[in-house]
Design a protein around this ligand. Structure first.
Ligand code: E4P
Length: 229
């Protein structure tokens, strides 16, 4: 499973990118609005930094408008993936844009039937929202599993399952176990996913014990060993 970050904040993206595990970025109108910056400039900067798929969402609500905005967004950078909502107009736009070779992320997926239609429309990604489904007492990870199974059984569908709306590290684990191709995580969830108190305690203990070793400068030790050979 590949890992994307769900943010439009360049500082957050830069930090996680430095870990060497970031494959892409998803944004949405709410995340872009939060930054208070020029939409196009932000998307371009993210693409240049990450050099992987970056979802940028259309806001038109009719197929013609979505296709027009999608074509324009695709001009920003070769890594732009056009994001469209899973409504009738979005399905039509997805079909048209995909036929033109523009990658589309179909978003706001809450049931397997929607994912099937998006897959048949040629979506590059389908975004089921795990967290928002859990919020209404359904099982978000179950939805991921069902979509993965549907796609696996339909060889004509080449859509990747992009688990979205992740609220905690357990969602990341559930997405991976359920067969998601990608999970997009908020910065906070990625930091939580990395952190464990026993890791920090163990690390401190190793360092404390190492302080008792008289000769402990690794570069000096290795240099001396290399010269003695
Ligand atoms: C997906 O691409 C969306 O940007 C995102 O995951 C939505 O998450 P939320 O439900 O936390 O807003």
């Amino acid at each position: 499973m590949k890992l994307f970050i769900d943010t439009a904040n360049l500082d957050e993206i830069r930090e996680v990118h430095s870990w060497g595990i970031l494959a892409g970025v998803t944004t949405n109108p709410s995340l872009i609005a939060r930054e208070g910056r020029d939409f196009i400039q932000v998307v371009h900067e993210i693409c240049e930094l990450v050099q992987g798929p970056v979802s940028a969402e259309v806001t038109a609500q009719d197929t013609e408008g979505m296709v027009r905005e999608g074509r324009l967004l695709a001009k920003i950078h070769e890594h732009v993936v056009v994001k469209v909502p899973l409504i009738e107009a979005g399905l039509g736009a997805c079909s048209q844009l995909a036929a033109e070779g523009i990658k589309v992320n179909v978003t706001l997926c809450f049931q397997p039937s929607q994912a099937l239609l998006a897959g048949l429309a040629g979506a590059a990604y389908i975004s089921p929202f795990i967290g928002r489904i859990d919020d209404i007492s359904w099982d978000g990870s179950d939805l991921i599993g069902q979509i993965a199974a549907i796609y696996a059984g339909n060889p004509s569908i080449h859509t990747q399952v992009l688990a979205a709306s992740l609220r905690h590290p357990q969602h990341l684990v559930q997405a991976a176990l359920a067969g998601a191709d990608v999970a997009t995580c908020p910065y906070k969830v990625l930091k939580q996913a990395l952190k464990h108190p026993l890791t920090d305690i163990g690390n401190q203990r190793f360092l404390a014990d190492w302080e008792t070793v008289p000769e402990r400068d690794i570069s000096v030790l290795v240099e001396r060993w290399l010269q003695s050979r």
